[in-house]
Write a protein that binds this ligand. Sequence first.
Ligand code: NI
Length: 392
Amino acid sequence: MPVINRIAEFHADMTAWRRRLHAHPETAFEERRTADFVAAKLGEFGVEVDRGLAVTGVVGTIEGGNGPAIGLRADMDALFVSEANDFAHASAVGGKMHACGHDGHAVMLLGAARYLAETRRFKGTVRFIFQPAEENEGGGRVMVEDGLFDKFPVDGVYGMHNWPGLPVGRFALRAGAMKAACDIFEITVTGRGVHAAMPHLGADPIPAACEMVSAFQTIVSRAANPVDSAVLTVTRFRAGETTNVIPDVAVLGGTTRSFLEATRDMIEARMRLIADHVAAAHGVAAEVQYERRYPSLVNHRKEAETAAAAAAAVVGADNVDADAPPNMGAEDFAYMLERVPGCYVLIGAGESSPPLHASTFDFNDEILAIGASYWARLVETVLGVPAKLEML
Ligand code: NI
């Protein structure tokens, strides 16, 4: 693999770091041990370290003279998943594991920091942003709200995620919307419980809730523009305790995904309308809680071109898909891209990698040097290497 030779030399170190983080997963805003490790490594490399943004966030800075500033972001958090692997570096913490590869993301950025601190073939400032709580809790948003870009201004910000199914040695990205906006909902349908054999004496919330689930399916299929993409998935339906009692309450929950803000507004409005009117028709009440979560992740055109060029400098232009299809997953790097232009890329984790969030997942260590080389080349591309690019 045509990675930067100097980075290939510390592939063994990166593998050891990655496995160490994998064995000690920490979830949202509790990444203390992980942040200690990251901060200690940055310190060893001679990188200036600031801590405490978004509780456990770490920002490393290398000042390399007058020039633009670039932010490179990695996430650090694990998931509430019980690891099914039994190799030596499997999670030592019950019920938690690095099932999304954020252990690898943090280490690829550390590898780049080590190389960049050593070689300094750029003019400008590099910020290494290690954020907590990417999963569900929006650590990226909290970092921005805590003043990330006020305290550590950058002209561009970049993110990367490993991607199972995409071959090792390949990158994928696109200019424009790449990940969907993500919202969650919970609908409480309240009727009047009664004996199951005498439904006429109560108000059954279950048929009403079922009709809501069916009617919601028409929002994407009938009310959204067919060339726009959206998803509405009911993931939870809870009601009742036994076979001979109609319950008082049925509760539905799920998620919606969309790219356009107008579509997002439409989905929420229609869900409320359907819930209210179906409830009224059944003589029950519906309470809709609809919570806006992550915005759509939108890559900026110029920065997407820059990211593609940096990836091509590592793996060759033939291995960079700069017009990859978007997907309906969500990613809180979107909050950073709302503030600063930038680009998020996917790095191939291989066709044999288990899927993200699977209990059998393990970050593919084979790609550590590729990812670190991408970060390094990105900095050298944006902040201008004086001489021609050489494989050090
Ligand atoms: Ni992830």
